[in-house]
Design a protein around this ligand. Sequence first.
Ligand code: AMP
Length: 355
Amino acid sequence: MPLPPLSTIGIIGGGQLGRMLAMAAAQLGYACHIYAPEAQSPAAEVARHWTRAAYDDAAALAHFAASVDIVTYEFENIPAGPITTLAATHAVAPAPRALEIAQDRVAEKSFVDGLGARTAPWAAVDSLADLEAALARIGAPAILKTRRDGYDGKGQARIMAPGDAATAWETIGGKPAILEGFVSFEHEYSIILARGHDGAIACWDAIENVHVDGILDSSTAPACPVILAQADEARAIAARVAAALDYVGVLTIEFFAAADGPVLNEMAPRVHNSGHWTIEGAITSQFENHIRAICGLPLGSTALAASGVTMRNLIGHEADKWAEILADPRAHLHLYGKPEARPGRKMGHVTRLVP
Ligand code: AMP
């Protein structure tokens, strides 16, 4: 049974992804209730209700879940335990198993390897001795990443030579980690798909992503020919991951375009920064299709709405140029209402379509 308009969608996480989800939900006649611990929430500003409480506050979470018709999340670094508990008594989509896997780089790599996806050579690392042994096996260059809580390039250290092991271990704070062999790739891209309760999958065009200082700078569709040549294979892998999780909602998988095909880097069980262009650049946005999927509505078309589209993030003070950006009649400006422009902070984005 689809969830009818006027129902309330609970969103755990209060950032810009929640904001754009809430705006898409409003378009379809739903109300949103945001659950987030921060004092300022870009999502809560555009939603009907807001619970401000810690992610591990079981009582507040239960109260929140009882007041909504379905729970979803826009942030994956929330403790999976309380969400799994909620899912026993309330509708939660995507199911928390996706969250548990995506939160732990070792669990994620084991899971996707088991589905036949290709990943960088990797090893779990719990001590400096483990790291030295893993380096001896995998070789340098390599990247050491914390198993949990890393994002936008944080919690990572590059190891150019075996002698760098101790420094890298210190850089990531000696936390449980994964060592990955360095993948030689020409381009990075993501595959974003929506999967409905009935198993129907809608996938957007492969998206070419450029990172600067570990943070997404721009996303472009259609991607370059190197990516396009392997996009079908990547889409098939993404569909396998979604089916194995019996996933409902939008799922993002990031790939490296290696010379001999896609290498899966990581997955996010949510809408993704590299899909912001879909608001204007696709017939149906990632946000709308996430809402449609979790509410049991038919998925909308993921076809491009123009011959090409590029999204650029506005990081820190780049967002101060809003007047200049708006002087370009082709620019679609999105600002997230964040009061303080710190370096590295995503303040907004701008999308331009190629007619
Ligand atoms: P991640 O947080 O895993 O997405 O890593 C951040 C960025 O570091 C990626 O977008 C890549 O540019 C780079 N990177 C991560 N893992 C690898 C790898 N195994 N080989 C080469 N580059 C990598």
